[in-house]
Design a protein around this ligand. Structure first.
Ligand code: NAP
Length: 335
């Protein structure tokens, strides 16, 4: 039975698993199959995942269009779906992304997103990446204006530091944050997650399966095509790093099978959901069968001894941990 939670200081009720649509957008993921993507969204909704996370940057609007199509073509009750999308990114004619959280850009983006999504409000609206060339105050005021208008029902920031959030909150309420968080990427545990926990801000963890590494389906011969970030940009999928991460996945899978009769994907998702605080695990999928680990996710808990053993595997096997920093887009002076 799907676990649910509510977004801090709102009436928004959501599943604790959110469907991520970065890969559905296609860019940086080697392309998209729209028919499969729509089917995936429908299957996720059928299985009780009512939160869909998207962004204009995922396929230059393609992911938002697909989300809108999936929701609208099957006449889903809009109130039954929680749409999370983002602002604060822009791109050149050549398709290069850069950060842009000016008031003018946000006002343009919200209208574009509403149109693509085929709706008149957005449930969770995040600033995708902090823009060092725009005062945080300006960005926060722009979101607060949309919030007061009712165009967005909750305000979030993504990839912000605690200092940036402090400034942001001087001009707008804050309901959610997005941070990378999974078994292999845990830097957010140092400051941003304790900060959010102490203030009861809902945390959306992204890349719950480390871009598929923790799915258990990646192996030595896996090939990534086109512009797929895993082909050359994501260091975990390259050279000696790749060997170490694959080895860790194998050992984590053995632990999951032996102790719980579960797969490494189920272990990874459960581990994220068992972290302290009000949190939601964003899980990217683009084929309906990728939902399979959801079956059997709710009938086990990772005990404290197993938590320690998981940490021991990570410490011992991954000698050179590497983070998701490669994802960070440039500001508009550095494209
Ligand atoms: P993820 O959830 O760790 O991994 C997604 C990928 O793993 C899928 O596209 C799929 O890749 C593979 N996968 C998933 N389930 C699988 C299964 N059962 N079997 C085999 N492979 C499976 O990574 P993510 O997409 O980066 O993160 C999740 C979401 O978080 C994103 O979609 C996005 O909505 C959000 N996000 C936000 C930010 C931000 O800056 N705010 C950054 C990153 C992500 P293949 O289809 O290629 O096999």
């Amino acid at each position: 039975m799907m676990e649910k939670t509510s977004i801090t200081n709102t009436n928004i009720e959501t599943s604790r698993i959110g469907l991520g649509t970065w890969a559905i957008g296609g860019t940086q993921w080697g392309g998209t199959d729209e028919d499969q993507a729509v089917k995936t969204i429908e299957a996720a909704l059928d299985k009780g995942i009512n939160l869909i996370d998207t962004a204009p940057g995922y396929g230059y609007g393609k992911a938002e269009e697909i989300v809108g199509k999936a929701i609208n073509q099957n006449h889903h009750n809009r109130g039954d779906v929680v749409i999370s999308t983002k602002a604060g990114m822009n791109w050149t004619d050549e398709g290069d992304f850069f950060r842009d959280s000016t008031k003018a850009r946000i006002h343009q983006e919200v209208e574009d997103s509403l149109k693509r999504l085929g709706t008149d409000y957005i449930d969770l609206y995040h600033i995708h990446w902090p823009d060092p060339l725009t005062p945080i105050y300006e960005t926060a005021e722009a979101l607060n204006y949309l919030y007061r208008q009712g165009k967005i029902k909750a305000i979030g920031v993504s990839n912000y530091t605690t200092e940036q959030i402090d400034v942001f909150q001087e001009a707008a309420p804050l309901h959610t944050i997005q941070v990378p968080h999974n078994l292999f990427e845990r830097d957010s545990e140092k400051d941003i997650l304790p900060y959010a926990h102490a203030r009861n801000i809902t945390a959306l963890y992204y890349s719950s399966l480390t871009r598929g590494m923790l799915s258990g389906k990646i192996h030595q011969e896996s090939e990534f095509t086109g512009d797929d970030i895993r082909k050359s940009a994501d260091p975990k999928f390259q050279g000696p790093y790749f060997q170490e991460y694959l080895q860790a996945v194998e050992e984590l899978d053995d632990l999951a099978q032996d102790r719980f009769g579960k797969s490494v994907a189920q272990l990874a998702l459960k581990w994220n959901l068992q972290q302290p605080g009000n949190n939601i695990a964003l899980w990217g999928m683009r084929h309906p069968e990728q939902l399979q680990p959801l079956n059997g996710l709710w009938d086990f808990e990772i005990d404290s001894d197993s938590m320690k053993d998981i940490d021991e595997i990570l410490m011992r096997v991954i000698k050179k941990p590497v983070g998701p920093e490669f994802m960070a887009p440039p500001d508009r002076q550095n494209i």
